[in-house]
Design a protein around this ligand. Structure first.
Ligand code: TRH
Length: 392
């Protein structure tokens, strides 16, 4: 079998926000574009997907989107025909009829559970662990993304870094990008800051600091949850895309929710990126610019352990100024208002984040790692069926 004929099913359940879809869609695109895989992306909430991918029509159960087959997933699937690789995003289990069809293939598909990203040390031990389905005997492999070669790596497209370098080296290309977003004066500000966060009391503190700072700042906010905090700070009932609030040395510009590629360009064109969740957090690292991460809250403050694990990995590799760790913790609820000091440290932090990005670039990307795993496990495995039937 060649990669050109390889088929893959990716299952995505939208739990909340945009990250589950963001990760699954990005992986699907990369497998199709760079590895020639025929991908079907099964999504349980096409309306949420359409908000992120304007080309998608949520009324259609099955449609093509940029070379991918997108299918509505609601309960059991009629006449399932699983591909050679089946990926479930974040433990969303494919329906039992689909699992039965997987087990019935002459050679069952490679079954991957794509897990959440964490920088914690245990990830290296758990990456690649397996679990056997009690009924169908199918083996599921746990794929843990991460920041070290002994993990499942990070999503990174082949051309991403060349595109980043080109944009960051070309002032005219950045002006053209900003104009496309309807921002004609971006180059006139001393610094540009992108802001994508959950509700966060530290937003008001940071904006106050920017108002009074000696250097001018343009804060760019794609539509989303943080807007309520910003509107409150500005004394407005609400803010909508296209609106701008100005105070002292600061302007806050509201953008529409951007497409994936434009969001990458935004991160690359800014001098500081405030990101959240999982996927935007990774994209900010590829942008090689200073970033603060608003981490997704978990019960019993488990997210703070994750935050510290990430800080510690960056500190080991790139030795950023200590203010960065203070600011990361303050952005996530710790005491302190380190914002003025953070702004002063931005030039030095740009160097540190470039070192961290180069360190990560030295590792294999997640999709390539998956494809190598597939080649090793499946193409060399003897043909067999867990159910003893030969239906393929
Ligand atoms: O939206 P998030 O908070 O998503 C997730 C989910 O909540 C998930 O359940 C949780 O487990 C995880 O966080 C930790 O943040 P994230 O992961 O950054 O996803 C946002 C996606 O939206 C990402 O793919 C980037 C994309 N995006 C755009 O395409 N355009 C935009 O303008 C912005 C701001 C983001």
């Amino acid at each position: 079998m060649t990669a050109a004929t390889m088929r893959c099913d990716i299952f995505c359940a939208v739990i909340d926000n945009h990250g589950d879809l963001g990760v699954c869609w990005r992986l699907a695109r990369q497998l199709a574009d760079e590895h020639g895989v025929q991908v079907t992306l099964w999504v349980d909430d096409l309306a949420a997907f359409a908000a992120m991918a304007p080309g998608l029509d949520p009324a259609h159960d099955c449609q093509m989107l940029g070379g991918l087959t997108i299918r509505r997933w609601q309960g059991e699937i009629d006449d399932p025909e699983p591909g050679d690789l089946v990926i479930e995003g974040f433990g969303c289990r494919p329906p039992s009829g689909f699992l039965l069809a997987m087990a019935s293939r002459r050679q069952p598909p490679l079954w991957i559970n794509l897990e959440y990203l964490s920088a914690e040390p245990w990830v290296e031990d758990c990456h690649g662990m397996t679990s056997t389905h009690p009924q169908y005997g199918l083996v599921q492999h746990f794929w843990f993304p991460g920041f070290t070669p002994r993990t499942g790596g990070l999503l990174r497209e082949l051309r991403l870094d060349a595109a980043r370098q080109a944009l960051q080296a070309d002032a005219a290309a950045r002006v053209a990008f900003w104009s496309r977003l309807g921002v004609t004066d971006a180059a006139e500000w001393s610094r540009r800051i992108s802001l994508f966060a959950y509700e966060n009391p530290a937003i008001a503190d940071l904006l106050d600091t920017l108002v009074a700072d000696a250097a001018s700042s343009l804060v760019l906010v794609p539509a989303g949850r943080a807007l309520a905090d910003i509107a409150r700070w500005a004394g407005r009932a609400a803010l909508a895309p296209g609106e701008r609030v100005t105070s002292g040395r600061l302007a806050v510009q509201v953008l529409p929710f951007l497409g994936h590629d434009d969001y990458d360009h935004l991160l690359q064109a800014c001098d500081l990126n405030l990101v959240r969740g999982e996927d935007s957090f990774v994209r900010a690292q590829w942008a090689a610019r200073p970033m603060l991460w608003h981490i997704y809250r978990q019960d019993e403050d488990a997210h703070l352990t994750k935050l510290d694990a990430f800080i510690s990995q960056v500190e080991t590799q790139a030795r950023p100024a200590a203010i960065w760790a203070h600011a990361m913790r303050a952005w996530n609820g710790a005491q302190g208002r380190p914002w003025a000091e953070l702004l002063t440290a931005l030039p030095a932090l740009t160097g540190s984040m470039a070192i961290w990005q180069r360190h990560l670039l030295g590792q294999s990307d997640l999709a390539s790692g998956l494809m190598r795993f597939y080649a090793d496990r499946v193409e060399s495995a003897p043909v067999q069926s867990h159910l003893g039937t030969h239906t393929r």
